[in-house]
Design a protein around this ligand. Structure first.
Ligand SMILES: Cc1ncc(COP(=O)(O)O)c(C=O)c1O
Length: 402
């Protein structure tokens, strides 16, 4: 009987070692609630990690890109990245009937919170260099929505997909022109850097995810990054059922139960100790794939266009030109699967998803779109920080010998 090879997963969680120490502290002190010392310390760790430092080591007073952002970084730990995106829209007063612009090439969680608010998603195609929101198509979308509805969209959600920073300079410049706040979906991009600034800190709000497959995990969890303490307090208010400051339970707004558990935050504290290691490892996996696959005819490893885009390479992705390789991405995926290797097609664009079939979509392509083409051709390769060189070699050999 053929012996099955050990499974190589796309992106597994990897513990640093101290997670259980922080969890034990929570149990020992009975902080088994959605607030407490681990939550506070995890937020402080994230704040320290994300706060921009000037070359002299001081803290910059102003972020250069976020039109309403600033150098001051505040973090509210939440139950998920989806909750973070939702609360960003709540903070911006997005209501039923409003339109919110969102990158089409993404996971559905970028767009679902628009629907939670009864608002209408307007999808924008990607550009070829980063695979993220195309600033030219963004402008086209804004101008057309103003023309059609007489109203300016309420927010713009670019995504740093697979860790690759979006063209935030250009996106924020268009956003500022029309006075539309930017909500960065940095769920996949903790540790990525754009022009010297951490992703998640470049817009009015930034959403992070610590889901099980992300660069660090709290099993499930997320955070919203704001640029003032007052805003962070307001986010926390909405995340804890919007209880007014009264001795009894007084409610003047709809609230949510979105705070992170003190147990999960304990995992987060342990993970913060190894975050940079995880980022460095995923970057080195990407470099290894690139070295071995970029000379395979018809295979291209997605890489940062210039040094301004410092991806965490959460997932290394390839595109397959079937005219050259003689096989398409699904055939390659099945071949990898037969070798017990998990891979995954690139995200299916939101404008192709039945659940969003009514939503407008803007692209600069005459036929099809960049995101559709990427979906047809692209595959995510195993990229977890616990993978060994032997694991990567197994993946590479399947692709080379196909
Ligand atoms: C691009 C993107 N946005 C949002 C989310 C939502 O994060 P979460 O799973 O923590 O709700 C994810 C990950 O799951 C994601 O990949």
């Amino acid at each position: 009987m053929k012996e099955e090879k050990e499974r190589i997963w796309l992106s597994l969680a990897q513990m640093g070692g101290n997670e259980q120490k922080y969890i034990k502290e929570a149990f020992d002190t009975n902080w088994v609630v959605p607030l407490g010392p681990n939550v506070n310390a995890f937020e402080a760790d994230l704040k320290a990690y994300l706060t921009p430092q000037s070359p002299k080591g001081g803290v910059l007073s102003e972020a250069p890109f976020g039109e309403k952002g600033g150098g001051d970084v505040h973090v509210v730990a939440l139950s998920s990245g989806t909750a973070a995106l939702h609360l960003a829209l709540v903070m911006l007063g997005v209501e039923a009937g409003d339109e919110v612009i969102c990158q089409s090439f993404t996971f559905s969680a970028s767009a679902n919170p628009i629907k939670y608010q009864g608002a209408i998603p307007v999808f924008v195609d990607s550009e070829e260099e980063t695979w993220n929101m195309c600033p030219i198509a963004l402008r086209k979308a804004i101008e057309d929505r103003i023309r059609v509805t007489g109203k300016t969209p309420k927010a713009i959600i670019p995504v740093h997909l697979y860790g690759m920073p979006a063209k935030m300079d250009e996106i924020c410049a268009v956003a500022a022109e029309y006075d539309i706040p930017v909500v960065e979906d940095a769920a996949e991009a903790l540790g990525s850097v754009y022009k010297g600034h951490k992703c998640g800190t470049l817009g009015r709000y930034g959403a992070l995810s610590f889901n099980g497959n992300k660069i660090i995990t709290t099993s499930g969890g997320g955070a919203l990054v704001t640029h003032s303490e007052a805003e962070a307090k307001r986010v926390m208010f909405f995340a804890t059922q919007a209880r007014e400051n009264e001795p009894h339970y007084q409610h003047e707004h709809v609230g949510y139960n979105y705070r992170l558990s003190n147990i999960s935050a304990g995992i987060g504290r342990g993970q913060m100790e190894v975050l940079q290691e995880h980022v460095d490892t995923r970057r080195s996996h990407h470099a290894y794939y690139r070295e071995h696959l970029n000379n395979v005819p018809g295979i291209k490893v997605m890489s940062a266009p210039t040094g301004d885009f410092d991806s965490n390479y959460w997932l290394t992705c390839i595109t397959i030109n079937s005219g050259v390789t003689g096989y398409d991405r699904e055939e390659l995926r099945l071949k990898l699967e037969a070798e017990n290797i998990e891979s995954r097609p690139l995200w299916k664009p939101m404008h192709l998803q039945p659940v969003f079939s009514d939503a407008p979509f803007y692209t600069m392509c005459q036929t099809g779109s960049v995101s559709e083409r990427l979906f047809d051709r692209g595959l995510c390769l195993p990229s977890g920080s616990s993978l060994t060189k032997e694991d990567l070699d197994r993946v590479i050999q399947v692709i080379i010998n196909r």
